[in-house]
Design a protein around this ligand. Structure first.
Ligand SMILES: Nc1ncnc2c1ncn2[C@@H]1O[C@H](COP(=O)(O)OP(=O)(O)OP(=O)(O)O)[C@@H](O)[C@H]1O
Ligand SMILES: [Mg+2]
Length: 328
């Protein structure tokens, strides 16, 4: 394990005991096609880690390797100190999994599925509590194949969190859920974290990652393009400020950022928000220029996501310790 040596400033080195999942140089092939092209990930114990990325980026493929369902073609993977390729039976007792597509027997009722699960999983839980929690209590007699999409998702989640396992891996837990169910799913994830569990999830909802995740990684085309805390990854993109000037445009002072005009509105993207904003406001004050609608903001997760999708982030040789997150 090499990840202790090159942490970014402000984060502490983490011993392997504090790591729930460590992935190094993971490659996965489907025949000739390489779906995962050498990724590194570290998930610390007790954190919520969100794996984001474009369709087909390799998120599900990566999770399947962590779960012991998928075969890797190269690299090393440690999950709770075990290798999922060889220790899947031992891991299953310590890890809860929600697949992107549920793997239920469609003919079994919800009740029968619960009974089956009770026999399969060592961790005790109270099915009644779970059914109430995920609002499935009235659906117990219904065959799983007849549940609505959102109900199936909630049953999946109930089984994944059954007995509060050390590690819970959720592949798009809230896709297709109505807003209330999504909120309750967030609550369940936060409760897991409060109980000291580790959660790895994928999502296409960036606000979900912002609300839940301690750290995120964004994948694109089989690689991790950026990874880190939200603050770290938004710092990889320029901040913005904008203001509307009075009619009759005056020459702006020289700024380090890029300046765009939309009629009388001026928009600046800059890596030195404080410096450029100070220059801009000083210029306006000195000339008595009255600004309206002044706004300043750091980059958002959405900005970072789109920059990854547009290929602005060079991901080759990327390491999860974020040391090479230069703005292009
Ligand atoms: N069994 C398979 N055989 C061939 N190609 C596959 C197989 N499973 C996945 N792939 C391909 O591997 C790539 C990664 O797929 P994966 O399901 O991991 O993406 P993902 O990031 O989870 O995408 P999404 O956000 O759409 O769920 C895709 O291009 C997909 O078509
Ligand atoms: Mg997927």
């Amino acid at each position: 394990m090499t990840e202790t040596t090159q942490r970014p400033a402000g984060t502490t080195a983490t011993s392997s005991a504090g790591i729930a999942v460590a992935v190094r140089d993971l490659h996965v092939h489907y025949g000739e096609f390489e779906a995962v092209r050498g990724i590194d990930l570290d998930v610390r114990r007790g954190e919520v880690f969100a794996l984001l990325g474009t369709n087909g980026a390799g998120k599900t493929t990566t999770l399947e390797v962590l779960e012991g369902f998928g075969r890797r073609s190269g690299g090393t993977v440690s999950v709770l100190g075990l290798d999922p390729a060889t220790d899947r039976a031992a891991l299953r007792q310590r890890m809860g999994v929600q697949l992107q597509e549920g793997g239920f027997v469609e003919e079994l009722t919800v009740q029968e599925t619960l009974e089956l699960w009770q026999r399969l999983v060592d961790r005790p839980d109270r099915p009644q509590r779970l059914m109430e929690r995920f609002e499935l209590d009235g659906r117990r007699g219904v065959p799983v194949g007849k549940l609505s999409g959102g109900e199936k998702r909630r049953l999946d989640l109930a089984l994944a969190v059954w007995g509060s396992p050390e590690l819970v891996v959720l592949d798009e837990p809230t896709t297709g859920l109505d807003p209330g169910s999504r909120r309750r799913t967030w609550d369940a994830i936060q409760e897991l974290q409060e109980a000291g569990r580790t959660v790895v999830l994928t999502t296409h909802y960036l606000e979900e990652a912002e609300a839940l995740a301690d750290r995120v990684a964004i994948m694109h085309a089989g690689r991790v393009a950026v990874a880190g805390t939200l603050a770290e990854i938004v710092a990889t993109q320029p901040a913005r400020f904008s203001a509307t000037l009075p009619p009759g445009r005056e020459q702006l002072p020289t700024l380090t950022g890029t300046v765009e005009y939309d009629d009388d509105q001026v928009r600046v993207r800059t890596e030195d928000l404080q410096g450029d904003l100070t220059t801009f406001l000083g210029w306006a004050a000195a000339r008595g220029v009255r600004l309206s609608g002044l706004r300043a903001a750091p980059a958002s997760l959405t900005d970072v996501y789109h920059s990854v999708r547009d290929g602005d982030h060079a991901s080759d040789d990327h390491r999860d310790d974020h040391r090479d997150l230069e703005v292009p």
